[in-house]
Design a protein around this ligand. Structure first.
Ligand SMILES: Cc1ncc(COP(=O)(O)O)c(C=O)c1O
Length: 422
């Protein structure tokens, strides 16, 4: 499929009364969905709107089969040969919680994270530190995108039970070398969990080849419907996890005084599942595969390069993360001297119909340590084009022209009093 035609497949991008829709540059938060995703969800509700696995009638049989086919297709997409290692959940946050809260921790055992983790990969460890006495080790990442291999080795040598880090950052788009991390961690007897929320939409996961123990990601960032989370795990590792929620569907049998859990993945999928969501997520991923991940990444990189170059002569704009856009292909994160990030976002929306995200991007700890109020993030996906990139550049040039350096002028009523969403 040609990416040039992809926009037509996204209902949210249709022209309204002959006008182009807003420029959507917030896909790192949630992606738009193609018609194929909506069709799959509609088909479920219109054709076989039943519950899988509980009834013996034909609708139940059909949805059960489709649900398991979705598991196989998504596992294949992720490079996992064992589909029973794929668990359907609500989001990446739940997937990370399942691993964190599901492991049998002993007091003093350590988890290693970076200093740039999403709250989804931080708060759970803080809670476990408070409640079960685990220790959190932090690996600081240099701002230029370099990976601190030696520091990682030193931390691992100190004894780490689990390395839990992002694959690609939602803050500045940089990626971590996950193969190297797995190798070093396994050499030292540590497990590895990757937060793949920002990488799975853009590049091959290659779960088997990478050799990670767990990998968490979200369908709603990769053309799927809201509330579709995925956890991949090695079979033997999943068997060690205590389910977060138990009840219907999780047990092989029960008596009034006992029960036996089903094997993974079913012991982790309690209660009636999000069938429409799972089928929609599969359709979204099929669509993505049809576009070609390499083409998707190339398009994002080209748009990011265009924006980066076009704004390179604006000394008041500071890009976060690696200098080369190829090392942060889907994300252009930046601060603007003298202008609040939320004001930048409001200006771009109201004046240029450009929708970006502003604030702390659920990585409050990173901003807190640097005393920065927040940043602006434009994130690209396969349906963005040069028009979108130009709109962003034009908007920012105009903003800088209107608010001269050192000026105290406000661009628009600020929303700084609003609490930063997390
Ligand atoms: C790096 C990263 N991790 C985790 C999450 C949380 O994902 P979800 O909202 O699907 O739980 C996000 C969401 O933006 C993210 O960017």
């Amino acid at each position: 499929m040609s990416l040039g035609r992809a926009r037509r497949d996204f209902p949210a991008l249709r022209r309204r009364r002959g006008k182009r829709p807003p420029t959507y540059l917030d896909s790192a938060c949630i992606s738009l969905v193609p018609r194929a995703t909506l069709n799959a969800m509609e088909e479920y509700y219109a054709e076989y709107p039943a519950c899988a696995g509980r009834s013996f009638h034909r609708w139940s049989e059909t949805v059960g089969r489709r649900y398991e086919e979705a598991r196989e297709a998504i596992a294949r997409f992720a490079g996992a040969s064992d589909p029973t290692g794929l668990i359907f959940l609500r989001n990446t946050t739940e997937a990370i919680n399942l691993v964190g809260q599901g492991l049998a921790w002993r007091r003093g055992e350590r988890v290693l994270i970076t200093g740039q983790e999403h709250n989804s990969n931080l708060i759970v460890w803080q809670r476990l530190a408070a409640e079960r006495g685990i220790r959190i080790e932090v690996l600081d990442l240099p701002g230029d995108g370099r990976f601190p291999s030696e520091e990682l080795e030193e931390r691992l040598a100190g004894g780490v039970r689990l390395v839990s880090v992002f694959h690609a950052s939602n803050l500045d788009g940089r990626s971590l070398p996950i193969r190297e991390i797995v190798q070093r961690a396994h050499d030292r007897g540590a497990l590895c969990l990757f937060d793949g929320a920002q990488s799975a939409p853009h590049r091959a996961i290659d779960f088997d080849r990478v050799g990670a123990d767990f990998y968490a990601f979200s369908g709603h960032k990769m053309l799927g419907p809201t509330g579709t989370g995925l956890l991949l795990g090695r079979r033997e590792r999943l068997e060690e996890l205590r389910p977060l929620v138990v009840g219907g569907e999780t047990v092989a049998w029960s008596r009034l005084d006992a029960h036996e859990l089903r094997p993974p993945p079913y012991r982790f999928e309690a209660g009636l599942q999000n069938y429409a969501g799972v089928l929609g997520a599969r359709a979204g991923i099929d669509y993505l595969v049809g576009c070609g991940l390499a083409e998707v990444e190339a398009r994002q990189r080209d748009l990011n390069r265009f924006v980066t170059r076009a704004l390179a002569d604006e000394p008041r704009i500071h890009v976060l993360g690696p200098t080369d856009p190829a090392d942060r292909p889907s994300i252009f994160g930046f601060t603007v001297d003298g202008i609040d990030p939320h004001d930048v976002a409001l200006f771009l929306d109201s004046g240029y119909q450009v929708l970006v995200r502003s604030g702390m991007h659920c990585v409050h700890s990173w901003y807190d340590r640097r005393g920065i109020a927040g940043s602006v993030r434009a994130s690209f996906y396969l349906y963005n084009d040069l028009y979108d990139a130009r709109a962003l550049v034009r908007g920012l040039h105009e903003l800088l022209r209107r608010v001269p350096s050192g000026s105290s002028a406000k661009v628009r009523s600020p929303i700084r009093s609003r609490t930063d969403p997390s």
